[in-house]
Design a protein around this ligand. Sequence first.
Ligand SMILES: O=C(O)CCC(=O)C(=O)O
Length: 350
Amino acid sequence: MADPNPFIEMPMQPTLKKPGQLTNEQVKQFFDEGFLIVEDFFSQEQLQSCRNDIEAMVDDLAKKLYAAGKIQDLHEECGLFERLTELDKEFPGAAILLFKSQKMSKSFQNIWSDEKMLNVAEQILGPDVAGHPVWNLRPKIPKNDIVIVPWHQDAAYFDTESYDHMIFTAWIPFLDTDAKNGGMQMARYGHRTGRVGRHTCSPGDTWYVLLDEEEMKNNLGVDLEKDIVTCKVPYGGMLLFQNMIPHRSLSNTSNNVRWSCDLRWQSPNEKWGFYDLQEGILFRSSKQPDLTPDWQKYLSVDRKVEWQKRYCKEQATVDDFDTRVSGPWFARWDIVHHNRHTESFKYDRK
Ligand SMILES: O=C(O)CCC(=O)C(=O)O
């Protein structure tokens, strides 16, 4: 008998629901369509703490740029949704520096290991749940091509050893999101084959991989007329999606920075698929009901520093203001468009 397809087979659901758990219909939709929008999930306090931490990160960056003489104004009068845009006008690439230097602060640790969130993770993964090492805080500044993430499957960024199991993401916005402010689009049912389509690198002036629409149609069975769904995800909610579902983010035509984070989980019994850069963190174990996550171990590795060290030519790792990004995915897919990011790539796999 063929192995069950982990991307479409819904695991047994608990009869007694734990706090925050999804209805069986919602879980079914997640497995059927490859994604699910969940509204009113996080508390105002949880999200406000994240917003405060993001403000502190932007403030740190502004002070660094100012101290180095890269900007003439700290733009302290601007709020969370404007300040980074102003910094980026004075120092193009400030948003990339923020993306490269982000640290997982306490408020982000809290939502990653949130009780309700892990209860949902159990519905998707079973009783053993780990945080996957790939997470991002995304500063999507307005009208800037560098923060438009093109069609891709998350699996394309990971090592092939991760292709046989579910890694799911919660994409959590820090404001209401829609088609106008750089919200997300999903290619419904594109996960069902369990295949990873052929991606290429790297469109425009970006470091992203790209999945062609023809490839989505011909290899992954996406109906481009019917199955492209623009997701409105309100503040307080989240978009759940899988590592095999093709998705992208749209252009931000608003005047606000679209802040969001993407956090991931998988079974700790599977490979991380993160090129041995960093392991995940165990959150729930059927064998250790009183488990406490080992944050010290997890936080002892800064994956973005590690991957820049390993995959970026020397100059890019020594300059704090270098806005190039390089990563292992450049070795995985054909580079059909060269730019400063692909040129900074060094192949030095351990
Ligand atoms: O937030 C975005 O703009 C893109 C997010 C994304 O593609 C991802 O989390 O895989």
